[in-house]
Design a protein around this ligand. Structure first.
Ligand code: GUN
Length: 294
């Protein structure tokens, strides 16, 4: 058996196409163009690339994009002042502060300062609480992307045992909530979990969100399981070339799993697509428009 590849890149492109049409309808029907404000503080080169990609993707989907760049030396007070302005700006439906922030700034305080109804990252404690209690809110983009890929690829999620390796606030914990909501039986594992390989072998759905290259081996996977690899790790080969790999040893997983998300081209592209979806959702809800009707 060779695992089917779950085509996140293709699925994300289709989502973005669909969103473009929905954005056109929203403009025609309600005169609304959703606006996404992306805030970048400092000189992190990777963050600059991510922010540029997010702005470009927003424009391609027919959304408005606003970029705000602050110097590395910007104070927390300056950033909080900018967020207060964006919170009260009616053209702005979604606010994303690119992480990591410079060390002098308290990320928690910054996330707290974003209006939860514009928090398109879904990181605000109010949105975490809404997700945990089944209320409508904004859901973090990467877990939302994982859920959409699983819904597309697994005929029946109800009753499946999902093992999520990684307990971050950004991926592991919110994905556990989403899969619980989809009636999976969910186990969240982490660095202190004893005998991780045996636990992983009980998973019908195995999600790797560890952030370390190829730690999940082929022998940890139950034959026929569906594997979602959230990892994006840069590794240097013996010949000095760089390569992006996931948290799963992909070549070992291929003959064992029923389906697997590749890296790159799996979960990664879904994250940006879901950011745009969240911005659209926020724009509708702020105006009491049901996004499902657009
Ligand atoms: N930095 C890396 N990933 C993310 C993300 O999903 N959101 C934000 N705000 N910053 C990030």
């Amino acid at each position: 058996m060779t695992a089917a590849l779950i085509d996140g890149k293709g699925y994300a492109a289709a989502l973005r196409q669909r969103l473009f049409k929905r954005a056109e309808r929203l403009k025609q029907l309600h005169g609304v163009v959703p606006g996404l404000a992306v805030v970048l503080v400092g000189d992190n080169p990777a963050s600059h690339i991510y922010v540029r990609n997010k702005g470009k993707a927003a424009q391609e989907a027919g959304l408005q994009s606003f970029e705000h760049k602050l110097r590395e030396s910007a104070s927390q007070a300056q950033l909080l002042k900018l967020l207060a302005e964006l919170n009260s700006d009616d053209k702005v439906d979604g606010i994303l502060v690119q992480l990591p922030l410079p060390k002098a700034i308290d990320s928690g305080a910054v996330i707290d300062a974003i209006d939860p109804d514009k928090d398109v990252d879904g990181f605000h404690v109010i949105n975490a609480g809404r997700l945990a209690t089944g209320q409508p809110g904004l859901v973090p983009c990467t877990p939302l992307g994982c859920e959409l890929l699983l819904r597309a690829g697994v005929p029946q999620l109800a009753g499946q045992h999902a093992v999520i390796v990684g307990r971050s606030n950004i991926v592991g914990k919110p994905l556990a909530q989403l899969l619980l909501r989809a009636d999976c039986t969910v186990t969240v594992a982490h660095s202190k979990t004893p005998d991780l390989p045996s636990l992983c072998r009980t998973a019908d759905i195995l999600v790797a969100a560890v952030g370390r290259p190829e730690v999940i081996r082929g022998s940890w996977i139950k034959p026929g399981a569906v594997v979602v690899d959230v990892g994006i790790n840069r590794v240097t080969e013996k010949d000095g070339t760089m390569r992006i790999v996931g948290d799963v040893a992909f070549d070992e997983a291929l003959p064992v799993a029923a389906a697997i998300t590749p890296v790159p081209g799996g979960v990664g592209p879904m994250t940006i697509a879901c950011l745009l979806e969240n911005t659209f959702t926020a724009a509708c809800r702020r105006r009491r428009i049901d996004p499902e009707t657009v």
